[in-house]
Design a protein around this ligand. Structure first.
Ligand code: BDP
Length: 669
């Protein structure tokens, strides 16, 4: 299936001779890929050379005329994929030296052992299933191989195979044997396996009375478990832990800290060079602003973690919302390895329905200046080793793939997997370049064939690449406009997190799980006051940001209602009232989706017809949902603002009470 080949759709290749004097499974793959995909000079001879080169990190490579040089087999493989990409995109090749920004470039699969995927919108797990869970079929292996190849082609070198809400069963013998089978397939492609573990495993799996990280029987249990894992998988990567968060067990239950818990596991992994990725996604139901809690809990622990512990921090302080400022932990923890966690699966961004190219959101985060070590201390530089000498550098993306025939549910969602890999390799890349590469590799073949058949001359770059790239680059801001503009956040419907739900607040539910906690709308106004007079979350940011966010005159309007509670008639910079500004943002988002639809309709000659229709259908569903978001939010907030919707905006087509009554019919799972 075309969709299943992602950006690796094979083109007619030209003859090439590959010379490589060394041998290994990885090098064999490298040679084959080069022969199967060569688009350069016909009959050329290409040399693959492994040798010392001080300019190259272990996964890095150098490209020159008909030669690829690296210090490791994997470096050669990455060089081959890079070269093939450049042949298709026309990007510069000769004299290129490329080193990865992060050492560990890893996907987090939120895959449950029964085959379902938490926040997965592309079918069931490729790793786990309910029936015959321990049989490894040829089909399984072929799929894992295709998965490994796709990852390697963009530089991803790690995969956490199970959900952060982890089942203790993952560490039982049967499951570990399956993990070994997966690792064996992934290995030649350089993708190491990691596991999420449940902190209470010593109790539920090991039969111990406690999971206290300072208890000697607990320490011994983990040591033995880690030893068992490495006896099966000698290059096992390490463990990911969600502890004391959203009901998961953790060291706090025993009066211990995150550092006690993480260090205990780190000690067990150390002899094997394994790492612990410990998540900072923690918040409890107390009066403290949720946006502040991770920082408050982790900052005092800076310097207390072993050097093989990496703290995994979501890009924003709350939870993968369409837009958040960066988490204040980036750059602030100076003696601890910190890794960004991005969400590739579109939990809060329209599942597999919306066309949203997430690269621009990640770029915005990575390029945000934390000022922690002076100007230019971007989130990227604070985490990739440029500023702090952390032993391990890493970046994680919560995967969006499943058994669907196109892996990701939406043809354009593949671009998000691609973008994550590319940014993990090079955190300074622009989204424009990434979109360009992906479009050329994914769609050019279709187009050229169609155009040849129809024999008419259309400039592919002008008529396809340019408009589609523009749609991609605008798509995230579009979603922000019709969902949560001006710094609004967490106002989606409960559970499914797809449609609008700013009203949702049943009695007895934790306030910090309900939208009204975040938007604070009343007749006085709207927004969460995080200024010095409010929760003072602003003070977690380094100057000049703390002051910039605190002051209305300097707070960027994209974060206005994130940091400020303002009256409905507050005057925006363009002179509009806040209420009118909200109305125009929602309306603009809807209009943008409508424009995407019209533009896509023009592109039929360029795209394989099944893909064309699928995107067309999804855009129309996105349009319907955008209208719903706009109507729901404007009608709901209007109850408080009591102000009219501007006349030049299409009036709501739904009634608020109908939307509320139907809330859970809209894609809530
Ligand atoms: C939230 C998801 C939930 C995850 C949690 C996490 O809704 O399913 O378990 O994040 O990251 O966004 O642990």
């Amino acid at each position: 299936q075309e969709g299943h080949q992602l950006w690796l759709r094979s083109k007619e290749s030209l003859p090439v001779t590959v010379i490589c004097t060394m041998h290994s499974p990885t090098l064999t793959i490298a040679e084959q890929e080069l022969r199967n995909g060569w688009q350069g000079e016909s009959g050329a001879t290409v040399k693959l050379t492994i040798k010392k080169n001080k300019a190259l990190k272990s996964d890095g490579f150098r490209l020159d005329k008909n030669m690829i040089e690296a210090t490791t087999d994997l470096g050669i493989l990455y060089g081959v994929y890079s070269l093939l990409r450049r042949q298709q995109t026309g990007e510069k090749m000769i004299g290129t030296i490329s080193n990865p920004s992060y050492q560990i470039r890893i996907l987090n699969h939120w895959d449950n052992l029964d085959g379902t995927i938490e926040r997965g919108y592309a079918g069931h797990s490729i790793f786990w299933r309910k029936t015959n869970p321990f049989v490894v079929t040829l089909k399984d292996k072929a799929l894992w191989k295709a998965y490994a190849r796709a990852n390697a082609s963009i530089g991803i070198n790690g995969a956490v195979l199970d959900n952060v809400n982890a089942s203790p069963k993952i560490l039982s013998e049967n499951y570990l044997n399956r993990v070994k089978s997966i690792a064996d397939v992934l290995r030649p492609y350089g993708v190491r396996v990691y596991l999420s573990v449940n902190f209470a495993s010593p109790i539920s799996l090991g039969g111990l009375k406690t999971a206290d990280p300072l208890d000697s029987s607990v320490i011994m249990w983990w040591k033995n478990k880690v030893k068992e894992i490495y006896s099966l998988i000698p290059d096992f990567g390490g463990l990911l832990v969600k502890a004391s968060s959203e009901g998961q067990p953790g060291p706090q239950q025993y009066g211990r800290t995150h550092a006690d818990g993480a260090n205990m596991l780190a000690d067990a992994l150390k002899p094997y060079k394994g790492v612990v990725m410990w998540r900072a996604f923690v918040y409890t139901a107390n009066d403290d602003d949720r946006a502040k809690q991770a920082y408050n809990e982790f900052m005092p622990l800076d310097g207390k973690f072993r050097d093989n512990v990496i703290i995994q921090v979501k890009n924003g302080p709350i939870d993968f919302q369409p837009r958040e400022p960066f988490s204040p932990l980036f750059g602030a923890m100076k003696k601890t390895s910190i890794m960004p966690e991005l969400q590739i699966t579109q939990e809060y961004l329209g599942h597999a329905v919306y066309l949203v190219f997430l690269s621009t959101m990640w770029e915005e985060c990575l390029k945000s200046d934390t000022y922690q070590q002076g100007e230019g201390s971007t989130v990227a530089r604070c985490t990739d080793g440029s500023i702090y000498p952390q032993k391990y550098t890493a970046i994680a993306g919560v995967s969006n793939i499943g058994l669907d025939s196109n892996w990701c549910g939406h043809p354009f969602a593949q671009a998000n997997w691609y973008a994550f890999g590319r940014l993990a390799w090079n955190d300074t890349l622009s989204s424009s370049q990434i979109a360009d590469e992906w479009l050329k590799m994914t769609f050019y073949k279709d187009a050229s064939k169609k155009l040849r058949e129809r024999n008419y001359k259309i400039d592919w770059t002008k008529n396809f690449l340019k408009p589609v790239k523009q749609i991609m680059l605008e798509s995230r801001e579009t979603a922000v406009n019709f969902m949560m503009p001006l710094g609004l956040h967490h106002i989606m419907s409960a559970n499914g997190h797809y449609g609008p739900g700013p009203w949702w607040a049943p009695k007895g539910v934790r306030p910090d799980w309900t939208p009204p906690y975040y938007h604070q709308a009343s007749s006085n106004g709207i927004g969460f006051d995080r200024t010095a007079k409010g929760s003072d979350a602003v003070s977690q940011y380094h100057q000049p940001l703390a002051t910039e966010f605190n002051n209305l005159a300097t707070c960027p309007e994209i974060f206005l209602l994130w940091f400020h509670h303002l009256p409905w008639n507050y005057k925006m910079k363009n002179g509009r009232t806040l209420w009118n500004a909200l109305c125009y943002h929602y309306d603009k988002g809807v209009k943008q989706v409508h424009r995407f639809q019209q533009e896509w309709d023009n592109l039929k000659p360029f795209v394989d017809s099944a893909q064309f229709k699928l995107v067309q259908l999804k855009l129309s569903q996105q349009y319907d949902n955008a209208v719903l978001w706009k109507d729901a939010c404007l009608l709901y907030f209007q109850q408080f603002s009591k102000m009219p919707i501007p006349k030049d905006i299409t009036p709501p087509v739904h009634k608020l009470k109908d939307i509320i009554a139907n809330e859970f019919k809209h894609r809530n799972d």
